[in-house]
Write a protein that binds this ligand. Structure first.
Ligand code: DGJ
Length: 735
């Protein structure tokens, strides 16, 4: 259903179910979910005015905004005519004019399967240049996606110098921002800071991956210092896999001015006459239940709309990387498959090192691009492994890095022009001293990359899982495919090409599970997840550091997306030694897997992992689809961290408690739970049981009210089990 409404005095409501609806009443456009409203004034002939984003307002209350003294800011400020502050769009018209003056031309509404959409069409007062502002409100989740479509109706090309997805003003006050920073092996670290005068720019210019050093998502706590389970919070996520920026500007205005979109630095875009460009979506949510409330909104939206197979349980897997690195061979893979199967695992993934003919992949210096099996390592090929997995009763997965090549490869010898590099300059090489990036903007490269997956899946249809890696940043700007006057489009074309390939893969292989890996956690973003089931959180599998990384990552991403593996000690990145139980208990809070050599484990350790896998299976639906409540933050330095997942109907919950510091005479707090039904009784059963005396509350029942207002005291004392990195996982079952 599509309707074009020239904003006028009548009201129209699009409402196909109880919640999402777009209402147009006079000049006012209200975009609503069950608990959120975004309201814009769209008077024809004037700039669009931003009135409200936050709690759901009834039509009467939305009307009252007019008399509440609320200021109306331009909902999409543009450069060059009257706007003196930062703006969302900058262009140069064909005649050299650098100004824009956009006013409302009309409003239309539309309804999709899962959402209602408002479109406010803006047109330049003089030029045939159009910008459509879209706002999509989901019916089943509190999330509104905002994006723009830019249309050049002029007779000459228009250069886009800045083209943000959306502008969001947030009333000043004691507003704090929570966002994620990091680097390789330390991804997803949380930082919380009050918004101060000046500009906070969160950006990424890697070119290929975009979530190592910063994340394209933020949360804003509107009532002062961020709190997990109380207070008003706005969450925003830019759904893009490439270079981005989120700017938060605080100056003499009453509003923090937030702009988010593709980072246009070295990345201008030319729109030929008649051409249009759609920006990535900025997803917005509001919750009055604190940061965890906003996270629950992100997680529900992600599982229902933004992650591949968001409703499908994730398998428990063993990945070969930390167990054998490049030392792949057939008996070794067979042994690992047998071992994970014997522990109750469901999938084995063969990582890097299985390919290359003329140049076998013995280490990271060669072979990317040559996706043929190394017959010396695997005489019976992939088929032999798929058959072995079948025999062991598990599924089989395989690692590829399809966007990349090594200069030492048959592919590079054949197609040196396929790589990204500035013309006439030395080839900039990455990992292994010879890695290069394929130019995904080139359709021939797109066919090649699609062909890698298609070739594997056609020959071995029983491959169940692909780990798709990407280990290089763009180090030299240049494409031999793009014409000279379009070189600045390299980054955008790259990600459009990647999206086109992913579309083709998903059209043909809708059931395949695909992990987004990018030197660890370089691809944790909502630009990539619609095609991918999960991401590798980090190459750092140290359980202690993972608590911090997974805590931050959980602000925006649900547990089904967070690949979280039990690894060996000393840890291969930080060399920390932690007890197996602690490693298991951390991994069990995400999508559980293993990343080690089982043959190096003792029979006791194998038995412990087997039991833990069985335990995880018993609570998998709660962990993977439940509502998150973060309870004690590792960033608060209280000696512990704790969180829980509750089933939507509150009939079950899984509670995690990790001791992260070990100081004599320290007194970590007793944790109060959250998210339970206060009036129901919950029986407590420990999972991944620690050896020794059972917990005093094992098998006993407590009311939800008691658990949330008083809580359970975790045992403490001075034994080997209770000091150090001790941990507990409790299953709560309503009676
Ligand atoms: C980087 C990934 O993050 C690792 O998990 C592993 O797959 C290696 N690449 C393989 O080269």
């Amino acid at each position: 259903m599509k309707k074009l409404i020239l904003a006028s005095a009548f009201a129209l409501t699009l409402s196909l179910c109880a919640y999402a609806q777009v209402t147009v009443s006079g000049d006012r456009v209200s975009v609503n979910t069950e608990n959120n409203s975004l309201i814009i004034n769209a008077r024809v002939g004037q700039a669009p005015g931003f009135l409200h984003f936050g709690a759901r307002l009834s039509d009467a209350d939305a009307d009252a905004l007019r008399f509440a003294g609320s200021r109306s800011l331009n909902a999409y400020p543009v450069y060059g005519q009257g706007e003196v502050r930062e703006e969302a769009m900058e262009v140069t018209h064909g005649d050299g004019n650098m100004s824009l003056d956009l006013v409302v031309e009309g409003v239309s509404t539309d309804s999709a399967k899962d959402a209602d959409i408002a479109c406010i069409t803006l047109k330049d007062k003089v030029y045939d240049f159009w910008v459509k502002l879209y706002y999509k409100a989901f019916r089943d989740v509190d999330m509104i996606e905002a994006w723009t479509e830019i249309i050049n109706g002029e007779k000459k090309p228009v250069l886009l110098r800045k083209f943000d997805s959306a502008f969001l003003p947030v009333r000043t006050g004691d507003v704090w921002v929570s966002h994620l920073y990091g680097t390789w092996a330390n991804e997803g670290r949380l930082v919380e800071e009050p918004l101060q005068r000046g500009m906070l720019r969160i950006e990424n210019k890697d070119g290929v991956r975009n979530s190592h050093t910063s994340h394209a998502e933020i949360m804003l706590s509107l009532d002062g210092k961020p709190s997990e389970n109380t207070g008003a919070v706005i969450g925003a996520a830019l759904c893009y896999s490439g270079n981005y920026h989120i700017d938060i500007i605080t100056n003499d205005s009453d509003y923090h001015r937030i702009f988010a979109g593709i980072c246009a630095d070295n990345s201008t875009l030319t729109l030929a006459p008649g051409e249009s460009f759609r920006t990535p979506e900025l997803a917005l949510t509001y919750s009055d239940e604190g940061l965890s409330g906003a996270s629950r909104n992100f997680h529900r939206w992600a599982r229902a709309h933004k992650v591949a197979h968001g409703d499908r349980e994730r398998k428990i897997l063993l990945n070969s990387w930390e167990g054998v690195y490049f030392n792949i061979n057939e008996p070794g893979m067979d042994q690992m498959m047998a071992d994970i199967a014997s522990m109750g695992g469901e999938l084995f993934v063969m990582d890097d090192g299985w390919f290359g003919d003329k140049y076998p992949r013995l280490n990271d210096t060669s072979s990317l691009g040559d996706w043929v099996v190394d017959k010396n390592k695997l005489p019976n090929g992939i088929q032999g492994l798929v058959d072995a997995a079948d025999r062991h009763g598990i599924s089989f997965g395989i690692w590829i890095e399809p966007e990349m090549a090594n200069t030492v490869s048959e592919l590079y010898e054949k197609h040196p022009d396929w790589i990204i590099n500035a013309a006439g300059r030395d080839v900039v090489k990455g990992r292994g001293g010879s890695q290069v990036i394929l130019d995904m903007g080139n359709p021939a490269v797109q066919d090649f990359v699609f062909g890698i997956v298609d070739g594997l899946m056609t020959k071995y249809p029983r491959i169940n899982y692909i780990k798709w890696d990407a280990n290089m940043t763009v180090g030299s700007h240049g494409s031999s495919y793009l014409p000279a006057d379009r070189q600045s489009e390299l980054y955008i074309r790259y990600h459009q090409g990647l999206a086109a390939v992913c579309d083709r893969i998903r059209a043909k292989y809708p059931d395949l599970t695909i992990q987004a890996c990018a030197s660890g956690g370089g691809r944790a973003n909502y630009g990539i997840l619609p095609w991918f089931d999960e991401f590798w959180v980090s190459d750092n599998t140290d359980a202690l550091q993972r608590i911090y990384m997974q805590w931050g990552t959980s602000y925006f991403f649900p547990s089904i997306t967070m690949a979280s593996h039990i690894s060996a000690v000393p840890n291969h990145t930080v060399y920390r030694v932690t007890p197996l139980k602690f490693r298991i208990d951390v991994a069990m809070s995400g999508r559980l897997g293993m990343e080690l050599q089982p043959k190096d484990m003792t029979p006791e350790e194998i038995a412990q992992c087997k039991q833990a896998i069985a335990d995880y299976k018993s609570v998998r639906p709660v962990v993977q689809f439940g509502d998150i409540y973060r309870l004690v933050s590792p960033y608060d330095n209280l000696g512990i961290a704790s969180l829980m997942y509750c089933s939507r109907d509150k009939s079950e919950a899984v509670f995690y408690w990790w001791r992260i510091e070990n100081f004599y005479d320290s007194h970590p707090p007793r944790v109060k739970m959250a998210g339970l039904d206060p009036d129901r009784m919950y029986r407590v059963e420990e999972l991944d049981k620690a050896p020794g005396r059972p917990l005093s509350f094992e098998g006993r029942s407590f009311s939800g009210s008691f658990l949330m207002n008083v809580g359970l005291e975790m045992p403490s004392g001075f034994s080997r089990e209770l000091m150090g990195y001790s941990s507990r996982v409790l299953h709560l079952i309503a009676e």
